[in-house]
Design a protein around this ligand. Structure first.
Ligand code: HSE
Length: 422
């Protein structure tokens, strides 16, 4: 078979871009055999052409975007990330009738619909498999494999950095800052890691998945978002003693005529399917009306897993015509989740005798208590604490209590309030 040539203009050669160059080099003959296309990366946009990039041909590098965008390539792969200039690059490429592949979840969460519409108008494709869950083909599963299902619920671990940090803190008792530094060194974290640890990266991914799963547009601020930066090794230890593992979980669920979307740390039973997802792995449990529950899991961050997803889009676009529809219905109503659940609460306090007034405030707000403990600091760098495990109650009752406790002046610093999954 004579292979068709496909010229790729690559924007960005960081963790994922470098992985793509490596993977195309390694597996190009396999792709030629399987798909009948011969891939060649013709130009690569970088910020610093002198930086050491093993395996990347220097002659391909440029600091001028137009040399990538306007050099006659068939497809543009955008891996610079962020909103601008990435959006302009993509719009420019689509307007010139070029297919685009991107891993840019921040941009897709903000402006995905208009970019898909622009691609539809130009009869070209916009691939974004690498934007969610690294190497796991979850976008393709939702768009193709599960297209015959009404999706009722999606829940999963969508941020590799948070999962890596929590795994290291749980299994090796590594401190939060050290675990984050490791995740950064391994290329899992965003350039601005607060996007990971404060939950925004997972929220962007959940929005992308929810729009595909529920075939609707979701407002940018619809995801209730909470990160993991206040979780301590002690919290993890207490959770373990109770039989739980702390995980950063994203959930999108149909509730009456609306969808509730949430990203937050949760105490999961140690036997839960998601509790055993370790390191930078991600997982998504999808519940469809026909297939029932299905688990997708694998590496959610890192150079080659993400490059694998980018390459899958490149080959898919090269081989299959069609797929131009932006394919969303209207905007969906979103609801703030207010499930009844037990909660684990920790309050840093000057005086542990604050346990009395704190539990009184909780009870006044209708929050029943399973157990409460006053904990004296073990050393000068630790804090006195009050820890409470509540009975099942609505999140709103907990929020009201937290507001009253903050106003009472009993707390010294920021505590945590984590839901306990059953
Ligand atoms: N920072 C992201 C994560 C990279 O940790 O999941 C992959 O999207």
């Amino acid at each position: 078979m004579v292979a068709r040539k496909l010229k790729i203009g690559l924007l960005g050669c960081g963790t994922v871009g470098g992985g793509l160059v490596e993977l195309v080099g390694k597996n190009s003959s396999l792709i030629r055999q399987r798909a009948g296309v011969e891939l060649s990366i013709t130009k690569i946009l970088v910020r610093d052409p002198l930086k050491d990039r093993p395996g990347v041909e220097r002659a391909l590098l440029t600091t001028h975007p137009e040399k990538v965008l306007d050099n006659g390539c068939d497809m543009v792969v955008e891996l610079v990330g962020g909103i601008e200039p990435a959006r302009t690059f993509i719009q420019h490429s689509l307007a010139r009738g070029k297919h685009v592949v991107t891993a840019n979840k921040a941009l897709l969460a903000l402006d995905g619909f208009s970019l898909m519409k622009a691609a539809e108008l130009q009869k070209v494709r916009l691939g974004f498999e690498a934007s969610v869950c690294g190497g796991i083909p979850i976008i393709r599963a939702l768009r193709n494999g599960l297209v015959g299902n009404q999706i009722q619920r999606l829940t999963g671990i969508l941020n590799g950095t948070c999962n890596y940090i929590l795994t290291r803190m749980t299994e090796d008792r590594v401190e939060f800052d050290a675990a984050l530094a490791e995740a950064q060194a391994k290329g899992f974290a965003e350039a601005d890691p607060t996007l990971d640890i404060d939950g925004h990266d997972a929220a962007q991914k959940l929005k992308i998945l929810a729009e595909l799963a529920f075939h609707s547009r979701v407002a940018a601020d619809a995801v209730q978002t909470e990160g993991i930066r206040h979780i301590t090794a002690d919290d993890i230890q207490v959770a373990r003693e109770l039989g739980y593992v702390i995980k950063h979980i994203a959930t999108a669920e149909v509730a009456d005529d609306s969808i509730a979307l949430e990203v937050h740390p949760v105490l999961l039973p140690a036997t839960d399917q998601l509790a055993s997802v370790r390191d930078e792995n991600n997982a998504v449990l999808v519940r469809g009306d026909a297939v029932g529950e299905m688990l997708f899991s694998g590496k959610g961050a890192g150079s080659l897993p993400s490059a694998s997803a980018v390459l899958s889009d490149i080959v898919d676009i090269a081989c299959h015509k069609g797929g131009f529809s932006a394919s969303f219905g209207g905007a969906v109503r979103t609801a703030v989740p207010d499930h009844s659940a037990r909660h684990y609460l920790r309050f840093p306090v000057s005086d542990p005798s604050a346990i009395g007034p704190i539990t009184n405030i909780l009870e006044r707000n209708g929050v029943g208590i399973v157990r409460a403990a006053a904990v004296w600091a073990k050393n000068a760098s630790a804090q006195n604490q009050v820890r409470v495990l509540t009975q099942a109650c609505c999140r709103s009752a907990v929020e009201n209590s937290l507001r009253d406790i903050a106003a009472s002046g009993l707390e010294k610093g920021k505590g945590i309030a984590l839901r306990v999954a059953e």
